[in-house]
Design a protein around this ligand. Structure first.
Ligand code: NAD
Ligand code: TYD
Length: 350
């Protein structure tokens, strides 16, 4: 093994795809998945890689500074790809402090441990902080977020991610910690936890339950297939420049209502139901407080500097995602029932 890489939040939705990408592509790296296994962490996401010799899992809460330091001391990682976070906007509205503790304090604990571990030899080391386009706030009807767009977060989630981004930059400027930041648009794909719009709608179409649309449904998001996010992280981790931020997106904007209608159309076809069946489940509900109108990423920098383009169109990615959920009903049932949380005990023991 020529490098040890920590991937925090590797049991989550995006993290599990990043772990898979790295474990399969870099047999010479030792990939250590560092995750507290909150409600969003699910080791079943990683069944296909968990027995590979270059993969290990460590249950560790990043809010615990001493535990994080001890882990760095033990493994002496060469790189950190930091995804562990509280990630759901609606939960942040209900319990904002949880977001400060994990997203801000947890990030600072990792930064402190990396700084201490790398202080004598920072060359070749890298702290890659995975962030969101939501830090830029909201767009009106036109325009795109570039890397120079001023931060203007509105939800407790985006405020906590913006704060963590600032700390990452501060550690570069103050302590010369080698860092990169990526700010990605909304992801979708296999293993997505069904609290977010797309997997929630897939689950509810299957169970013939209402599809809740906040407000008038005209809110716009820019969607990227999760595997394409993992590919972009690989590219920036290896080829990005220290101290830089890179926006990741696929120029793929959808109003929520149009997206849900496309999802309904595809699901009716795949389930052999009459056209228009799923759409009847669409139900307009009370709006989210402080709901950002529109997110849209200008991905020119990562495209021109690193040659990045997404590999699938939205229609292809959505079709693949629906197929995955239809073929993995047990995963969905385990998540819906909470059974997935026993997997760690069965697999690793307490
Ligand atoms: P997720 O909620 O699916 O997974 C988060 C993971 O972090 C889980 O495995 C969870 O167990 C772990 N975790 C949470 N708190 C922890 C703690 N205190 N200590 C250790 N582990 C902890 O999130 P996701 O959607 O996969 O997002 C991953 C990262 O990507 C986040 O940093 C998020 O802000 C960012 N991001 C997400 C999106 C998106 O559309 N989902 C878009 C852009 C950026
Ligand atoms: P979400 O998947 O929660 O991601 P984010 O808030 O990080 O963008 O929501 C995507 C969009 O869908 C957002 O505009 C809120 C909206 N939404 C609904 O209309 N209904 C829902 O049940 C959910 C979860 C989200």
């Amino acid at each position: 093994m020529n490098k040890t890489i920590f991937i925090t939040g590797g049991a989550g939705f995006i993290g599990s795809h990043v772990v898979r990408e790295f474990v399969n592509k870099y047999p010479d790296y030792h990939i250590v998945n560092v995750d507290a296994l909150t409600y969003a962490g699910n080791l079943e996401n990683l069944r296909d890689v968990e027995r590979k010799s270059n993969y290990s899992f460590v249950k560790q809460d990043i809010r615990d500074a001493a535990g994080v330091s001890a882990l760095f001391e033990k493994h002496q990682p060469d790189g950190v790809i930091h995804l562990a976070a509280e990630s759901h906007v609606d939960r942040s509205i209900v319990a904002p402090t949880d977001f400060v503790l994990t997203n801000v304090l947890g990030t600072v604990n990792l930064l402190n441990a990396a700084r201490e571990t790398w202080k004598d030899k920072p060359e070749g080391k890298r702290f890659h902080h995975v962030s969101t386009d939501e830090v830029y706030g909201t767009l009106g009807e036109t325009g795109l977020f570039t890397e120079d767009t001023p931060y203007d977060p509105h939800s407790p989630y985006s405020a906590s991610k913006a704060s963590s981004d600032h700390f990452v930059r501060a550690y570069q400027d103050t302590y010369d910690l080698p860092v990169v930041i990526t700010n990605c648009s909304n992801n979708y794909g296999p293993n997505h936890f069904p609290e977010k719009l797309i997997p929630l709608c897939i689950l509810n179409v299957l169970n013939e339950k209402p599809l809740p649309i906040y407000g008038d449904g005209k809110y716009t998001r820019d969607w990227l297939f999760v595997v394409d996010h993992a590919r972009a992280i690989d590219l920036v981790f290896h080829q990005g420049k220290n101290g830089e931020s890179y926006n990741i997106g696929g120029f793929n904007e959808w109003q929520n209502i149009d997206l849900v209608k496309e999802l309904c159309k595809q699901m009716d076809e795949k389930l052999g139901r009459a056209s228009g069946t799923a759409e009847k489940l669409i139900t307009y509900v009370k709006d989210r407080p402080g709901h950002d109108l529109r997110y849209a990423i200008d991905a020119t920098k990562i495209n021109t500097e690193l040659g990045y383009t997404p590999s699938v169109t939205f229609e292809e990615g959505l079709s693949h995602t629906i197929d995955w959920f239809l073929n993995n009903r047990q995963w969905l049932e385990n998540v819906a029932s909470g059974d997935y949380q026993h997997y760690y005990e069965e697999q690793y023991g307490e």
